[in-house]
Design a protein around this ligand. Structure first.
Ligand SMILES: [Fe+2]
Length: 307
């Protein structure tokens, strides 16, 4: 019953109905509608009660450069993905679809993506032969149409591949995609901070080549964050390899990629881990973080068939 009401409320807000009209249609008092909105916010819905009306937010509210989402759950589950390189001939939409279906089954409401959403287009002439869609419009359309949907939101930053469009044409491709997909929330380029309840998260993509040890760059980066800003979760992308370590209260999750190894990457001697992180976070009764447990899921070459 509550789900039906929530869906109706979402529909009415999308239709830009006033609070009075919403109350009449749902046969609820205004404080009941506002209460329902509060419940929906806990589910990750980007709605709010502002100046006497229920409004839809394009992004979470930002305070001091941190996107803030409410949480009253004792147990929060997250999916961390990165480097999907969509529009590359080596992208793996099959894995993405499998992950989004699984996230839905697990009741996950927030999926975090640490950049290189698209493969972009580099100055390397032969890159064009590795792309399914070489044009900007083609890449936007491909992602808008093919990126899997689920009932929650995907929060994403742009990586260096997405940034090539910005360098060559001043266009922010992930922003353009997110404009056409209400479930994809663009948080900015290369780095973004967010909070879910008291859980502090930093998404960081990074740039440049690989270090001699895969953990080196991440450790160096963590050292640059002032103590008071250190997140509970530092999710990074870019190097297409997965590893985890914990330093003080920060769980560092280097997130692998979701594309097959390209001939170019192979020629440079790079490797790529197709993987994701599932996170289980427990809060105590004051909303403080009690435990964070990561679980790695890896993927091979074989295509994953849809159920
Ligand atoms: Fe990448």
């Amino acid at each position: 019953m509550e789900d039906i009401l929530k869906n109706k409320l979402k529909y009415l807000v999308n239709k830009k109905k006033t609070l009075l009209e919403i109350c009449e249609t749902l046969e609820l008092k205004n404080y009941e509608v506002i209460g329902l909105v509060e419940l929906m916010k806990q589910d990750g819905e980007l709605l709010d009660y502002v100046n006497g009306e229920i409004v839809k937010l394009r992004k979470p509210i930002k305070n001091n450069d941190v996107y803030e989402l409410p949480n009253n759950m004792e147990h929060l589950k997250l999916l961390l993905i990165s480097d999907t390189h969509l529009c590359s001939k080596y992208d793996r939409l099959d894995i993405l679809r499998y992950l989004y279906d699984k996230a839905e089954d697990k009741g996950i409401k927030h999926i975090l993506h640490s950049g290189d959403f698209t493969d972009g287009k580099s100055h390397r002439p032969e890159h064009i032969y590795e792309l399914k869609e070489p044009s900007y419009e083609g890449q936007v359309e491909y992602c808008v149409e093919k990126y899997p949907t689920f009932s929650g939101k995907t929060y994403v930053i742009a990586g260096n591949h997405d940034g090539w469009w910005y360098k060559s044409a001043g266009s922010e491709i992930v922003k353009s995609i997110a404009k056409q997909r209400e479930d994809i929330i663009y948080l900015g380029s290369d780095v973004a901070d967010m909070k879910i309840g008291k859980l502090k998260i930093r998404l960081f993509h990074g740039n440049g080549g690989n270090a001699y040890a895969k953990s080196y760059k991440l450790q160096k980066y963590l050292d640059t964050i002032p103590v008071e800003e250190k997140p509970h979760i530092l999710q990074t992308g870019h190097i297409h390899q997965a590893f985890y370590y914990k330093q003080d209260n920060t769980h560092c999750l280097q997130t692998g990629c979701l594309e097959d190894l390209t001939p170019y990457a192979r020629s440079l001697g790079f490797s790529g881990d197709k993987s994701c992180w599932w996170l289980d976070i427990n809060f105590d009764d004051k909303g403080n973080i009690y435990s964070i447990t990561p679980e790695l899921e890896t993927f091979g070459k074989k295509l994953i068939r849809r159920r």
